[in-house]
Design a protein around this ligand. Structure first.
Ligand code: TXA
Ligand code: MG
Length: 339
């Protein structure tokens, strides 16, 4: 049985208290964050965290992010808090930044996928903060079945988990639309493990140069430092093809591909920042913020409309564009065409 609680018009503290009790009892609760919806459970409760992995069909070596509401919570979760962590937290928390630190004893191995490190973030969504404050630090991966696009609407969570978890809090559409940026602070230099809702350029203003893990840009992953790197990700049922390059050439290439695939009898969807003729079209918006916000919604919506192929217009890889292209490449299984 799943209870869907509507908080689109604001926080209901009484209901938050009830849901917090669910968390403390080891139940699964999906809730909005500013990035995407999370599938939450008490981060320190082994059996509750196990249920997250089962519900998502997530490999058990892919660790979870622990969500906190106060900086002091970090002291319970991390063995050491380096200077960079303090600087970044002070500047960007609450917000779409996750930091990886040496794990404290208290954190169960299931939560960190057996790693000796722990990923922590303080989300800025008022519902997420209120729920954590009323309960405990919450482990929460994105609330999608493993391998599917992340959820930016409660409806997406309903599609994936209705009947499988206890509560879904509907807080409306999430604002950022891509997941948090993940930075590893356990070696000499900060390393970007996943681009996300906080642009790398902003982070570098605070801690100087950040190394980019090779898996962020490309396909090859040797030993995965962030286990999430090695799995299939963000994929709708349709085959995604990404077209990148200079604007005018991209425009011509997409139009050509639509024609070719349609003539072979495929239903083709296009997601882009300008209008295309196709069987289905999803407008991503103009600014990079809008494109990030609409990205997963577009993949899920085109899938629902039953297209066989989704052609996605590539964006420039700066600011939020780095996160957008990272998601698109993975969604396509690296079928990227340079126009
Ligand atoms: O915005 C977000 O981060 C969302 C919302 C719900 O907060 N959460 C999210 O969680 O995207 P998830 O589980 O879908 O992605 C977590 C990523 C994975 O790539 C995982 O491998 C990495 O963070 N990660 C978690 N713990 C780690 C650790 N100790 N070391 C390295 N990478 C870690
Ligand atoms: Mg995820």
């Amino acid at each position: 049985m799943t209870i869907v609680i509507n908080m689109r018009d604001g926080i209901d503290e009484r209901k938050i208290k009830v849901v917090a009790r669910f968390i403390l009892e080891g139940k699964l609760v999906a809730f909005p964050t500013e990035t995407v919806y999370g599938l939450g459970a008490n981060a320190l409760n082994v059996s509750a965290v196990r249920r997250i992995f089962e519900a998502k069909g997530r490999p058990t070596d892919n660790p979870l992010i622990i969500h906190i509401a106060d900086f002091s919570d970090l002291k319970r979760l991390a063995r050491e808090i380096p200077r960079e962590a303090k600087l970044l937290a002070e500047r960007f928390w609450p917000g779409p930044l996750t930091i990886v630190l040496p794990k404290a004893e208290d954190v169960p191995d299931v939560t960190t996928g057996g790693l000796d490190t722990v990923a922590v973030r303080m989300p800025s969504h008022p519902i997420a903060l209120a729920l954590i404050r009323a309960s405990t630090p919450i482990a929460a991966p994105s609330a999608n079945i493993s391998g599917k696009p992340s959820p930016t609407l409660a409806e997406h969570v309903v599609d994936d988990f209705y009947g499988k978890i206890e509560v879904i809090i509907d807080g409306g559409e999430t604002n950022v639309g891509v997941e948090s940026t993940v930075v590893d602070l356990t070696s000499d230099k900060p390393v970007l493990l996943r681009p996300g809702g906080l642009p790398l350029e902003e982070i570098e203003k605070v801690v100087g140069e950040v190394e980019i893990h090779p898996a962020v840009m490309g396909k090859t992953v040797g030993i995965a430092r962030s286990p999430g790197m090695k799995y299939r990700h963000y994929s709708p049922n349709a085959q995604v093809i990404v077209v990148e390059g200079e604007r005018e050439r991209v425009r011509r290439k997409i139009a050509q591909l639509v024609g070719e695939y349609r003539s072979k009898g495929y239903r083709v969807g296009v997601m882009a920042t300008e209008k295309y003729e196709a069987n289905e079209f999803f407008y991503l918006g103009k600014s990079e913020e809008e494109v990030a916000r609409n990205l997963f919604k577009a993949l899920r919506a085109l899938d629902k409309r039953g297209v066989d192929i989704i052609i996605a217009e590539g964006v420039e890889e700066r600011g939020l564009g780095l996160a957008v292209m990272n998601r698109l490449r993975k969604a396509s299984g690296y079928r990227v065409i340079r126009a």
